[in-house]
Structures are given as structure tokens and as C-alpha cells.
Ligand binder design. Structure first.
Ligand code: GLN
Length: 215
């Protein structure tokens, strides 16, 4: 007998890539390389049925302004509250606390203070090896830092998952992950594969069961 689960359910998780602004196209490519399906998220209806949300880099001021203008702040907050979220750079600013010169408050779902543009201006952007054993493999990641934020305080419940020297550049609080750099700009899929396997799969048991049944 063909059950509802085995008939026609795509086993790949569906990652919604927040697409109001920023490098969402690169996030989509990275998730698809890592084995996920993707959907660009621009309206309230686009949040339905997602297994995870991906917040790209770009300009946090513009993202927050557009959330207000498009009346998406409430559905966005609700989606962030229930879903695993993978955020890079400007996305990390949205998830953290305390960033200044923003048109609206950040969400504050990860207990870190964030200082925007902390490594200087666009011209000061740089690449450097990032130590992140949690993502697997021996080689460091190449961290691409573009007008990157700094995590200036990491709260007690927050795990540091990536470091540049002694500095935290990646943090995780349960289902919420924020990186100061841009893994989507390299072809190293480790952070994306890790998130799908260790955050998304464990955070959505219904989805994991569906996948197991569909095999
Ligand atoms: N400096 C940007 C901001 O404040 C973030 C830069 C980025 O996402 N690469 O939003």
C-alpha cells in the first residue's frame, strides 16, 4: 500500500531563504549544493511549510526597514521563533541584540551583543581561516568577512561554534545559528551540511520521520 508519507513527499528539507535584500541567491545555491530544496521568502505566505529559514548577508538596516514597510515583522518573528535559522552577517545582526543605528530593534533571539561594521568598511573586508571543528573535517574554513559584525558579548547559554583567533565569529543557541562571515561565498558546503544534519533534522522530528519513511 502506498501511504501518504511515501507518496510524493520530497525527502529533502525545504529551506526558506529570506529574499527581501542581500545575497540570497548565493544562499540558495549553497543550500541546494548541500542537498536542500529552497524557496525565496518575500511574503507572509512564503513562510508556510518551511523546515528552516536562512538569513543572508546584505544590509541589516534595509532588511529591517523593509520588514516594517511590507508588514512582515510579525510573521518573520513568528517564523524565527518556531524554525531553525541559519544567519550570516546582516542576518546575524537581525538575530542578535544591541546593534545600533538600526531603524528598528533586532530580534534578540540569540543572547549576543553585536557591533556592526566592527572590522571596518567595505575596503577592509578580508578572508581568513576560521576554526570551527563542529562543522567537521580537519581543514579550517575560509571565512569571508565583508563589513562584518563582531560578537562583543556571548551570553551564558550560547555556544561558540566558530573562532577567528580567539574571537567568536559563529554562535549557536539551540535552533538559531549566526555567523559573522559568509560561507555561501566559498564552495565549502560543511556549514550548510552540518546545519541540515544536526540542527534541522533534530529540530523537526515530523520531517525526520517523513524522510525515514520515504527511503
Ligand atoms: N554591515 C552590514 C550591516 O550592518 C552587514 C554586512 C554584510 O552582511 N556583509 O548590515
Amino acid at each position: 500500500m502506498v501511504t501518504g508519507v511515501t507518496a510524493g513527499v520530497d525527502p529533502r528539507p525545504l529551506v526558506g531563504v529570506f529574499a527581501l535584500q542581500g545575497d540570497f541567491a548565493k544562499h540558495r545555491e549553497a543550500w541546494e549544493r548541500a542537498g536542500a530544496r529552497t524557496r525565496e521568502v518575500r511574503s507572509e505566505a512564503d513562510f508556510a511549510g518551511l523546515d528552516a529559514l536562512s538569513l543572508p548577508g546584505g544590509e541589516s538596516t534595509t532588511m529591517l526597514r523593509l520588514l516594517g514597510v511590507l508588514k512582515l515583522r510579525a510573521p518573520f518573528e513568528a517564523a524565527v521563533a518556531r524554525l531553525p535559522v541559519f544567519a550570516t552577517c546582516a542576518g546575524a545582526i537581525l538575530l542578535g541584540k544591541g546593534a545600533t543605528h538600526l531603524p528598528a530593534s533586532p530580534l534578540g533571539v540569540i543572547d549576543v551583543d553585536v557591533l556592526r561594521n566592527a572590522y571596518g568598511r567595505q575596503i577592509d573586508s578580508f578572508e581568513a581561516p576560521v576554526d570551527s571543528p563542529v562543522f567537521g573535517g580537519d581543514a579550517p574554513l575560509i571565512g569571508v568577512f565583508i563589513r562584518a559584525p563582531r560578537f562583543t558579548r556571548v551570553g551564558p547559554g550560547v555556544e561558540v561554534i566558530a573562532r577567528l583567533g580567539d574571537e567568536p565569529v559563529g554562535v549557536r543557541d539551540g535552533r538559531h545559528v549566526a555567523l559573522a562571515f559568509h560561507p555561501e561565498l566559498t564552495d565549502d558546503a560543511r556549514p550548510f551540511r552540518w546545519f541540515l544534519a544536526h540542527v534541522v533534522a533534530t529540530a523537526s522530528p515530523a520531517r525526520a520521520q517523513g524522510r525515514a519513511a520515504a527511503r
